[in-house]
Write a protein of this length. Sequence first.
Lengths: 442, 162
Amino acid sequence: VIELRERLERLVPDTPAEGDWERVLADAQRPQLRRLGLVLPLAAAAAAIAVVVLAWPFGGERPTGVLDRALAAIGQGPVLHVVYRGESGHTLVDLSSGELTPLVAESELWYDPKRGVHYISRVGSVTQSDRVIARRLLSAREERAFLALADNYRAALESGKAKVIGPGAVGGRPVLWIRVWSDAVPDVRGGPDHIVAEEVAIDRETSEPVYARITEDGRSKPGNGRAIITLERLSADAADFDAKEASDEPQKDVEGRTEFGKLLAPGEFSGAVGGAAFWLGPSYDGEQLADAREFTVRHKTTRKGLYLFYGELRRDGENLLRALSKPKVVLEEFRELPDFWISGAHASAAKEGSLLVTNARVYEGGKEVAVRTGIVLRDGTYVSIQGADVRTVLDAAAALRPSTVEAAPPSTLDLATIAREVEASEGQVTEVTGPRRSLTAD
Amino acid sequence: VLVNRADPDAVLDQIETVYRTRYAAFLRVATAIVGDAEQARDAVHDGFVRAVRHRRRFRGESLEGWIWRIVVNAARRSHARERRIPTEVVVPHSGASVPNGDLRALVAALPERQRHALFLRYYADLDYRSIAEALGIRPGTVAAHIHAAQDTLRGQLEEGEQ
């Protein structure tokens, strides 16, 4: 007789545990300041634009001249067209010269209540995603978000809830800041309320929206704003609904899977990749090449490649595990890009001979996990490098060599300075000022 | 847990009660889903943060069922994000067979719904109705999932022991 319950009990033992309720409360009261993550979900894009549209500063008591011009500027068509740029971009580092090239992440979409959504995301000039999703295939959440754009817009014009809160500048351009909404969030420890607000800047000359951000107690975290390039309403004929990928079938929740295959010797690396393979030698920065294996990513496509782990193995009972809580350096290599490659997100923007330092970061429970990623494209092979920080990723990129070469020549670049410059360029691209504030909620 | 849904403070109190009395069960189920205790703690934390933050949206009958749903989803998201970081056995070991290692693989191979229903039943002692609420499915479907999972596991374990 198989005692299934007993065996399952042993599989995940019931051990006493206490949580930290105070930390739950503290984290819950923080505003939900979403950063652009590994992939910008469609609904998040819609929500970001909703901020812009709902912010539109129309109301009876305010300077209607500006607001009338603003309304005229976006037109009256049924299709919403928005282009916006995130502040937190990516950086290309030329591994020969050390030259840095910032790559801006940009999103563009058209929403037609009859047809659905055409959504494009780009990094630099390289398109990452280009899809049309028919309205009937939008999830209820996405549909609500987009409908809100259409329905709430005029309501916002009429209600006058948006407020002009003062002048400022965006990228040197004079603007007027508009508070879309604000909310007093109680301090769970009994302190003063926190004021969370969404604000939009409009150009003082054209009255066009140029920037949107979320503030907490009057302050905006660097990198959380979005520059609005275009916000307009178009006729149905003028809208672009041609995309590389059209979703004619309901979106299936296709789970991405990674699989680890057999252990490999260095002489077998190229065979696993199907072309040029790279490594950091038998040991790197004091860590052994502890695990080298075939690596497969399955999603809509199946891609086979190579996985190299420089770090420690730890024993857990009968088994050996990679000690991933202290990540050292992990390499993943493919000749053809997987369509689901978390550590290689945005790899299509990589350039031969350069390291693409991405802004892809992993957040768990509101805290950032200390892993940074970069992608090197070399001799046609994409190599994802994961390390604890930008310096680690940059050092590894510079030390990367063909798997047939044991020792790397020393880098001629000042990697410490380059890493600092990369970090300094992250977070806020646009210079934003103003307004002077009075911190009260609506 | 019955709560006055119109009163966010009352809901907050009840969430705290659920947290303090059932934390170990939440952690156990999350550990089963994500396969790593540390990651599971983060998922439970993240789930309760969401529950507190969105407590005004609670409209269900069972607050605990609603929280289970949030925490299970947080664990699923965490598992999907961290799938690139395997926490299961990764290095072949030439020692003796490990029965629970086999069971771990068998459980991992079950369809996700069956797996989660099994975890909630065995590790949280939830009844079918509560599991249904947590997974957003009908109680009858829960029973079918659990029986199917049990049959699969028993069959394969018996096969392996012969």
